[in-house]
Design a protein around this ligand. Sequence first.
Ligand SMILES: C[S@@+](CC[C@H](N)C(=O)[O-])C[C@H]1O[C@@H](n2cnc3c(N)ncnc32)[C@H](O)[C@@H]1O
Length: 260
Amino acid sequence: MYQEFAYLYDTLMKSVDYEKWVDQIEAIFRRYEVEPKTIVDLACGTGGFTNSLAKRGYPVIGVDQSVDMLNVASDKSRKSGWQIPYICQDITELELHHPVDAMVCMCDGFNYILDSAELKKCLQGIYRFLNPGGILIFDISSHYKLSSVVGSHTMADPDKNISLIWLNQFDRKSGILEMNLTFFIRQEADLYRRVEETQLQRAYCQDEILQSLNACGFSGMECFAPLSLAAPKKKSQRIVFSAIRREAENIRNDSAGIGL
Ligand SMILES: C[S@@+](CC[C@H](N)C(=O)[O-])C[C@H]1O[C@@H](n2cnc3c(N)ncnc32)[C@H](O)[C@@H]1O
């Protein structure tokens, strides 16, 4: 995953307004009254969030398992003058040099974790490397989106420079969506290069995620619709989650934080 695709990713994501998404992240920081001094951007990809957070003055570290995505990310950071450390790592095996105040994982990172046990392992690692009182913010493509909107449909985007055919198959039993992507990339005049990539994403229900967060020791869980602080709707295609690592576990040993 995300090898040749890495170099097409930013072109395909050009309509995404990362600044607005980071506005939501900062609004959640304010809601929890946290002012993170250090942030890790998990599954940071080409660094859309990493760079935007750096631009706003946060010291950020980017983590991703794709060398190619990290190549693009670090090139962009260097060109913008940000000194951002990038770590090539599987987020289910998270190892950092020191704990941090906040972690974010935006734009589906957790959907790529294909089973619940691995997701819990990932959340445990995050918990371990968050400072007490530290915050985790992430989003997922909702179960509704993966099963019913993207579902078993085929989509096409016939652009002059990069055309895309997107063939999907959703398996209700496993909750896994298989996405077969075929790109036709214009080389010159009428000559196109064909690139293929298969991706798997797992559809998680909101409650399953909340229970996993709870089981890993997080508290104060909340869920939001995209780009707002309103609760998600039944047909929201994206759900944003937030949770905190308890201040001092032996003192506040309850899970009754904000919202859960
Ligand atoms: C849809 S992209 C999102 C990238 C970035 N967060 C953004 O919003 O532009 C998903 C990213 O998750 C990364 N990823 C998927 N599974 C991962 C894992 N287990 N560990 C680290 N990175 C992972 C992929 O390499 C890819 O860069």
